[in-house]
Design a binder for this molecule. Structure first.
Ligand code: 15L
Length: 270
């Protein structure tokens, strides 16, 4: 992997990756709607609006791999999700196919399956249960990934990312936390492992309270270094200060589930 495009350069994850991927690949091109304020002299940036196919084609030109972080990263109005995450994701995969890109790592999200209760342990075969329009867009991206893998031969990896942060900040994050360095491991598996065809991995560190069976990632050599339990005391203390959210606390997706939820906890499945 010589030339890699990373979309979403200015987002929270993109900003971290600009430091962590430095030197990992010889030629990394960063893209977003506007350049990062702290773009370093050696960094390459190309401006691209994901909703404009011609701009995305220019951004992917000549790269072998793409890490697609770009788009809208939380719940939002339909128009916003439609343009940034549905049309934008389609444009990304289509431009990649036209440009002969070999591999894509797609930043999916835990919110593609957020409506599973926390008491359920799920693997990557569980049907999607999006908890938001944002979650639907991530499920759509996973479906696009499968289409472009099986029909066009792209090698794709969808990462159902939990919460990327230095430490888990509350009880839910203790279960879904992803140490940034562990995300780098997962991205590198997606871009480099010879057996990748079409995979879904959970983007989670070594979280004793986790809800996800990440056997697929482990089979590809993933060995998370972050141990959520090391931060349990601080996370639980922070949790105690949060307002009650019975619906959000029931489901894996947390507040994305209780947001706009019609009804009360009596509607939650057991
Ligand atoms: C996500 O998918 C979001 O991009 C991020 O901002 C967090 O909200 C995260 O999920 C989470 O569930 O904590």
């Amino acid at each position: 992997m010589q030339k890699v495009l990373v979309t979403g350069a200015t987002g929270g994850i993109g900003t971290r990756l600009r430091k962590l991927l430095r030197g990992v690949y010889p030629d990394i091109r960063w893209s977003d709607l506007a350049p990062p304020a702290d773009l370093a002299p050696g960094e390459t940036f190309v401006r691209a609006d994901l909703a404009a196919l011609s701009e995305v084609e220019r951004a992917v030109d000549g790269v072998q791999g793409i890490v697609h972080l770009g788009g809208f990263s939380v719940e939002g109005p339909w128009e916003t999700i439609l343009n940034a995450n549905i049309i934008g994701c389609y444009n990304l995969f289509e431009a990649a196919r036209r440009g002969g890109v070999e591999r894509i790592v797609f930043a999916s999200s835990n919110h593609a399956v957020g409506f599973y209760p926390r008491q359920r342990r799920i693997g990557v075969e569980a049907p999607v249960r999006p908890d938001s329009r944002y979650g639907v867009s991530k499920a759509f991206g996973e479906a696009l990934a499968a289409l472009y893998a099986f029909k066009h031969g792209l090698r794709v990896t969808c990462l159902r990312i939990g919460n990327v942060a230095d430490t888990p900040v509350d009880k839910r994050r203790l279960a879904i936390w992803l140490l940034p360095e562990d995300l780098v491991q997962l991205i590198r598996i997606g871009l480099e492992h010879p057996d990748i065809r079409c995979e879904i991995f959970y983007g989670a560190s070594d979280n004793a309270r986790g809800w996800w069976d990440n056997a697929a990632a482990f089979r590809f050599g993933y060995r998370p270094q972050g141990r959520a339990e090391d931060h349990a005391a601080a996370a639980l203390a922070a949790e105690a200060r949060l307002p009650a959210d019975p619906v959000g606390d029931w489901y894996q997706g947390g507040p994305f589930c209780s947001d706009e939820f019609d009804g009360g906890i009596e509607r939650a499945p057991t």
